[in-house]
Design a protein around this ligand. Structure first.
Ligand SMILES: Cc1cc2nc3c(=O)[nH]c(=O)nc-3n(C[C@H](O)[C@H](O)[C@H](O)COP(=O)(O)OP(=O)(O)OC[C@H]3O[C@@H](n4cnc5c(N)ncnc54)[C@H](O)[C@@H]3O)c2cc1C
Length: 448
């Protein structure tokens, strides 16, 4: 159904805007970046009779920049965070052309300390951390090589988790006791990070033979300081106003209707509120999760078998972010990240209520509203800690800070079932232990 529509669009792009005599009517389901990009392509190619139906009350889907309640309008990404690579990356092109990248990710400068810390607050030796990181990085490259060089895996259903475990164990043979244990903890932390990158509960669920199939675009990774949602706003400017309909959850797509009477449309799209939209083509951009849950009842007649099989076979996982808002700084100003070295030997009660947070691989720290005071100038307020690099004699007072935690899998799902207060309390207990401080206040707000 939507393939035919894409053919139309691709063809018209090559030949410039179409002059459409009998312009088809098109319904796009979902106003995430895929739906918006599809609409932009249609508009650019001369189509104007289309509508985007979005279930929620906002556009963007898994791109969601939230403005925090601060003086500086500090923004946090609840979904997509980075532009992964530069070459052939349309997001990078949009961001670059519209000056959204004036503050490059790598430029943040001063807050350079990435501390690897055990749950009792012991810092891991930097040399050991670097050594494990090097081994881990090489093992990941080797794991990708199975797909990229067509190397057969040891076992038919070999997983990335099992492979990393085997290889790392071999490299650890010469270490004993504490020396070995600390290396294992760092290695486990790297694997928790990889779970968020791969969107899985465990690396044992990730196929080794397919792992290298994800092609990373060349070039550095950028964040977008004004927010990822700005990219959407730029795309939206090219879509006719009024074509995006929010709060219109699609219930069913009836797509095999014959032309009958004066109804020239083959497809009717019915929304949960009963409203019906007629179309010649439908572009469906809902997520795989929505398709898995609803495709049986959503499409009438049902989708072709090969599409159903693809929806069934492809897996997806859960990746969540939690943001703690503190009204005062609780860490040293040069700390950028606390990498968490969880030790499973310390688990007393093996129950998600007491273990969910052990899936968090790090706490990233963002300061807001930095107040800089020097002996020669009274109060200079700056938003970017970057400025402080040039004036090392200045003092810094933070009026508030945010801690961002990522987690995946069943622990993320469990976290979603807790109240925000419980999430905040659990994480403050963790922070107290790793920072060896008893006076950490409860966060003023928890966003997730
Ligand atoms: C925590 C997190 C971090 C990420 N980080 C990055 C990153 O750093 N870089 C990166 O490139 N990518 C990242 N991603 C992935 C990226 O966000 C997604 O790939 C992308 O946003 C998907 O866009 P989409 O339009 O295809 O789907 P979605 O954004 O899911 O949009 C689908 C839309 O369809 C709507 N919808 C669903 N059902 C219906 C219905 N029945 N009727 C009408 N509308 C419906 C939904 O409400 C939604 O708005 C991240 C994702 C997450 C969750």
């Amino acid at each position: 159904m939507y393939i035919s529509c894409w053919f139309c669009v691709m063809e018209s792009q090559q030949n410039g805007p179409l002059c459409l005599k009998n312009e088809p009517k098109i319904v796009i389901i979902g106003a995430g970046i895929s739906g918006l990009a599809a609409a932009e392509h249609l508009a650019k190619s001369g189509f104007s009779d289309f509508v985007i139906l979005e279930a929620s009350g906002r556009t963007g889907g898994r791109i969601y920049t939230v403005e925090l309640d601060t003086e500086n309008g500090q923004k946090i990404e609840m979904g997509a965070n980075w532009i992964h690579g530069v070459e052939r990356n349309p997001i990078f092109q949009i961001a670059e052309e519209n000056n959204l990248l004036q503050l490059r990710h790598g430029d943040k400068g001063l807050r350079h300390r990435n501390i690897y810390v055990t749950e009792s607050g012991e810092e891991a030796n930097e040399r050991i951390v670097n050594q494990v990181n090097l081994i881990y990085g090489q093992l990941i490259i080797n794991a990708e090589d199975f797909f990229q060089s067509g190397i057969p895996t040891l076992e038919e259903n070999d997983s990335v988790g099992a492979y990393l475990e085997r290889e790392f164990e071999e490299k650890m043979e010469r270490y004993k006791n504490g020396d070995k244990r600390i290396r294992e903890l760092i290695f486990n932390q790297r694997k928790l990070l990889e779970c968020c990158i791969s969107g899985c509960d465990s690396l044992d669920d990730v196929s080794l033979s397919e792992f290298g199939g994800y092609e990373e675009l060349p070039g550095v990774h950028y964040t977008i300081p004004p927010g990822f949602s700005e990219v959407l706003e730029i795309i939206k400017k090219k879509i006719p106003k009024g074509s995006i309909k929010l709060n219109q959850a699609v219930r069913s797509v009836n797509w095999n209707r014959k032309h009958s009477g004066d109804n020239q449309y083959e497809i009717s799209v019915q929304c949960e509120n009963g409203e019906i939209f007629y179309a010649n083509h439908v572009i469906c951009t809902v997520s795989l999760g929505v398709l898995k849950a609803a495709c049986d009842r959503m499409f009438n007649p049902s989708l072709p078998t090969e599409k159903l099989q693809a929806i069934d076979r492809i897996g997806f996982g859960i990746v969540d972010k939690v943001i703690l808002h503190f009204d005062e700084a609780i860490t040293e100003p040069d700390v950028f990240r606390l990498e968490l070295l969880w030790d499973s030997d310390n688990v007393e009660i093996n129950d998600l209520r007491h273990t969910w947070y052990r899936k968090i691989y790090s706490f990233e720290i963002i300061y807001d509203n930095v107040l800089v005071v020097s002996h020669f100038c009274a109060h200079i307020k700056v938003c970017q800690i970057l400025n402080v690099v040039m004036f090392p004699e200045l003092y810094i007072v933070h009026s508030c800070m945010f801690i961002i935690a990522w987690l995946s899998g069943k622990e993320a799902l469990y976290m979603e079932s807790l109240t925000e207060e419980q999430v905040g309390q659990d994480l403050v207990e963790v922070l107290k232990k790793i920072l060896r401080k008893t006076d950490i206040p409860q966060p003023s707000k928890v966003t997730r």
